[in-house]
Design a protein around this ligand. Structure first.
Ligand SMILES: Nc1ncnc2c1ncn2[C@@H]1O[C@H](COP(=O)(O)OP(=O)(O)OP(=O)(O)O)[C@@H](O)[C@H]1O
Ligand SMILES: [Mg+2]
Length: 310
């Protein structure tokens, strides 16, 4: 079978996730190449390992750039730490004021507190960058390559974590507002309130997009091995808890050839796992990708993979 639904005009965001080394980056790039034949496509890597650059054989950095030879395809790296430092630089005053007005911390404590990370904030900021791109509307499709499972899950659960943090901050703020109102009789919304409100809106925008299966597809990538199947099951469960329901799964590294003892043995070993995948993930459209003779690097190999996916 082939990947389905990616060409629907409403579908904007396609996220590839899964265990380490199963082929997420290769599949994300091949899918982006295929989509760019008919759609203006932005390939976004959130994996700090820079493997998109290696696979495309072109240096991709923190700024959007055209992928050589594909005028409809651009790529960018969005790295959480980088997104977070930009966020902190932009909102430092509001964050300091939030702590100064709602706690008894002195300036040194506040600086120390700000150097600590707010749970989920870096991933949310990565996601915010992605959403900002989508809302800017310059592209038809946004294809995201994630780092291994834990990272994709952090990315997915980050809105909830940040939402909890905002609730605590809003409660602290409420006490401050209550005091001001008691003393002066009035309270005017200030930049900290605006900051919290905007952050809350960002979290909602991310949650709404992720849950909307017309606009977003999460595609798990798996291989026919016991550990990978277990990890994929956990991933699907966590996604389901976040109300994100994938429609299809890629099973990569499937041994097709039976030539020689090694291939024969490998194919026999994979047989029971492919059966298990078929049964365990029976409600998902399944796309099997053969084991290639060589690594997937450069245009030719990516074209071959693209033809398998579509
Ligand atoms: N079907 C395949 N046949 C042969 N080699 C493959 C296949 N799919 C992927 N590879 C190779 O396997 C390696 C890992 O693939 P890739 O980088 O796409 O995985 P990943 O899931 O993104 O890894 P990571 O978790 O480290 O980000 C790469 O060298 C890639 O070229
Ligand atoms: Mg990768």
């Amino acid at each position: 079978m082939a990947l389905v639904g990616l060409e629907n005009n409403n579908l904007k965001l396609i996220i590839f996730g899964g265990k380490g080394g199963v082929g997420k980056t290769s599949c994300a790039i091949a899918a982006a190449l295929a989509l760019s034949e008919n759609f203006k496509t932005l390939l976004i890597s959130t994996d700090p390992a820079h493997s998109v650059s290696d696979c495309l054989e072109q240096q991709i950095g923190f700024h959007v750039q055209e992928v050589t030879g594909h005028k409809n395809l651009s790529a960018i790296e969005v790295i959480a730490e980088e997104a977070l430092s930009r966020f902190k630089a932009e909102h430092q005053n509001a964050l300091k004021k939030l702590l100064a007005t709602s706690t008894n911390l002195d300036n040194d404590d506040i600086d120390e507190m700000l150097s600590l990370s707010i749970p989920g904030i870096d991933e949310v900021m990565s996601f915010k960058t992605i959403i900002d791109f989508i809302e800017e509307g310059k592209y038809d499709k946004y294809v995201v390559d994630t780092a291994p499972t834990g990272h994709a899950l952090r990315l997915i659960s980050s809105p909830k974590l940040l939402d909890d943090w905002i609730k605590v901050a809003a409660r602290m703020r409420w006490k401050y507002r209550y005091m001001i109102t008691s003393f002066s009789g009035t309270y005017h919304q200030d930049d900290v309130d605006t900051f919290l409100l905007n952050l809350k809106k960002t979290v909602k925008r991310i949650e709404n997009l992720l849950k909307d299966k017309n606009k977003c597809q999460f595609i798990p990538v798996c291989i026919p091995e016991a550990m990978a199947i277990m990890e994929t099951s956990r991933l699907l469960k966590d996604l389901s808890n976040a109300e994100i329901i994938p429609q299809q799964i890629i099973v990569n590294h499937v041994m097709i050839s039976e030539e020689g003892a090694f291939c024969k043995q490998k194919k026999a070993a994979q047989f029971k796992y492919i059966k298990e995948i078929t049964e365990t993930f029976s409600d998902l459209n399944r796309i099997e990708i053969p084991e290639f003779a060589e690594e997937i690097k450069g245009q030719n190999a990516l074209n071959q993979l693209k033809n398998c996916l579509f």
